[in-house]
Design a protein around this ligand. Structure first.
Ligand code: FES
Length: 63
């Protein structure tokens, strides 16, 4: 599904970026140019980013 129509970025593009180590919206915007034109996709792009970060989170056990 397209998240950013202006730049042709899909939810899978964002999920793949997170799987490859991307962690912040700032970097997402720099690397994929998502939300860099009209900006109407910002909230949806952040939602996908946060969902994927949660799905791939690494938890450390603190003694
Ligand atoms: S829809 Fe993403 S910048 Fe316009």
């Amino acid at each position: 599904m397209y998240v950013c129509i202006c730049k042709g970025i899909t939810d899978q593009d964002i999920r793949d970026a997170v799987d490859n180590g991307l962690e912040t919206f700032k970097v997402l915007k720099e690397e994929l140019a998502v939300s860099s034109q009209c900006g109407s996709c910002v909230s949806h792009a952040k939602q996908i980013l946060n969902e994927q970060l949660a799905a791939t989170a690494t938890y450390y056990k603190v003694a």
